[in-house]
Design a protein around this ligand. Structure first.
Ligand code: PFF
Length: 474
């Protein structure tokens, strides 16, 4: 006799899913990736493609994923392969292409959780006052390397402590997913997100009241520090790489183009709103990214190190900026230990609310398509991902992370997003798609978006991809 399938899970409240989606979106990317991408791609020049990409790619993709996810959930499919299949029954290719929507988040989960675990370790060592005692770049750098077990004669001469924090982080993730959508993810995000915002606001206010800390260098001041990020530099607009980076950052920060929001939205009920809820989550993410993310790290580095150094630091990437420069800066301000704890705890909460969302597609796939219980699905996920995390921990170099981040965190997202848009607007059909977005909606989406989703979003994406292939000579 066929076992009756238990009913699929659902979110406990509207606030719950908004917080979960915002929790997925607000992550390490907002505080570490964004400032580096902005500074490395022309500072102010990056912001123009960034906002264009937000309006014509990010927001449409958010609506597309929320609508498609809810649609697929109605057929008990919570991940891209099943959802694409229910859209286009006779086409195997799209079903298999949808596997990117499980694989992609899984790959990101593997390295993201390890980096997230450093923020837990650093929160601990901040509170202990260890970080605040390190006053120069080389000792903090040595601390970072030692922490990763890469260098002798530092605070840690082996990987031990880092590994313990990794285990704690990994099992926290598994624990949350084990308790499910409503009892795990929703509860976590409803607690962690407000605390994260509070910590972020405290840090931003502290940085914004720094003025010009070095009397000998009055031009290393906050206004110039903010200008470094916000003064436009139009020369970079000609580069396809900057446009691709801006599009990639929008996708990465909003967690779209990878199947994660699809999965979260599949636990909505048919009558639930998607238009306003999606937009609310976007607004929370953008506040965290451009206001908090943009007003903490770069201006703070500027007032202490001046423009040339900030540029050099930004070129070294997110790790140095977050794990070396920030402790160094905070060490120069009173209450260093507390501030540095706030910074790393903020990163940790941002990280954990994102990593659980990266795990959910694989778990949902096992549950929905293989008809197994959540317990079993989480068990399989835990074992496989734990094993695959090991090479990431022991052999991951920055070069590999950057490479994975480019392919997984930029290229795949843009490619997958392009396919989603075409499927939604052209295969499903724009009239049905428009109706789907408005079903149960609490706002009317401006009509211009019907045009944008149908023409501008896919063409813009194809042009960026094509131009990039051309520039790279592929
Ligand atoms: N949006 C997260 C961040 O900004 O850090 C990262 C992320 C989470 C990307 C989930 C993609 C995803 F599916």
């Amino acid at each position: 006799m066929r076992r009756l399938k238990p009913k699929r899970e659902s979110w406990g409240s509207r606030l719950g899913i908004i917080m979960a989606v915002a929790g997925s979106a607000v992550g390490l990317g907002n505080f570490l990736r964004f400032p580096v991408q902005a500074a490395g791609n022309g500072g102010g020049a990056f912001m123009i493609p960034y906002f264009v990409a937000l309006l014509v790619l990010g927001i449409p993709l958010v609506w597309i994923e929320w609508a498609l996810g809810r649609y697929g959930g109605g057929f008990e499919h919570g991940t891209a392969p099943g959802i694409f299949h229910s859209l286009l029954q006779k086409n195997r290719f799209v079903k298999y292409f949808g596997v990117i929507g499980i694989f992609g988040p899984f790959v990101i989960f593997i390295y993201y959780t390890f980096i997230e675990s450093w923020t837990l370790g650093y929160s601990f060592y901040s509170l202990k006052g260890v970080l605040a005692q390190l006053h120069d770049q080389s000792s903090i750098q040595a601390f970072l390397k030692g922490y990763q077990g890469l260098e002798q004669n530092s605070f840690f001469s082996n990987i031990g402590p880092a590994y313990l924090f990794f285990i704690a982080t990994f099992f926290l993730n598994i624990f949350v997913i084990y308790y499910g959508i409503r009892g795990g993810i929703e509860v976590l995000c409803k607690i962690a997100l407000p605390v994260l915002f509070l910590f972020g606001i405290i840090l931003a206010v502290r940085v914004l009241t720094l003025g010009a800390p070095d009397p000998a260098r009055p031009d290393w001041n906050l206004v110039n520090g903010l200008g470094f990020l916000w003064n436009p530099d139009f020369s970079a607009l000609k580069s396809a790489k900057v446009w691709l980076a801006a599009a990639g950052q929008i996708f990465f920060t909003l967690s779209v183009g990878i199947g994660v929001i699809l999965t979260y939205a599949s636990y909505l009920s048919r009558g639930d709103d998607v238009a306003l809820s999606g937009l609310t989550a976007v607004s929370m993410n953008e506040f965290a990214e451009v206001i908090l993310g943009g007003c903490i790290i770069i201006p703070a580095a500027f007032v202490f190190f001046g423009p040339v150094d900030v540029q050099a630091i930004a070129k070294q990437g997110a790790f140095d900026l977050g794990f070396v420069t920030m402790p160094l800066i905070l060490g120069k301000i009173p209450l260093a230990a507390v501030l540095s704890f706030l910074w790393f705890a903020l990163l940790f909460m941002a990280g954990v609310t994102s990593s659980v969302s990266l795990a959910q597609p694989a778990v949902a796939f096992l549950e929905d398509e293989f008809d197994i219980s959540r317990k079993k699905a989480v068990g399989i996920f835990a074992v496989v991902s734990f094993v695959l995390c090991q090479p990431a921990i022991f052999f991951l170099s920055r070069g590999v992370v950057n490479e994975l981040d480019f392919w997984g965190g930029t290229f795949c997202l843009v490619l997958f997003g392009t396919v989603e848009t075409i499927l939604f607007a052209w295969v499903f059909g724009m009239d049905r798609a428009w109706e789907e977005i408005h079903h149960g909606a609490d706002i009317a989406v401006p009509r211009v978006y019907k045009f944008i989703i149908r023409y501008v979003t896919p063409v813009f994406l194809l042009v960026i991809l094509g131009f990039w292939f051309y520039q790279e000579g592929l």
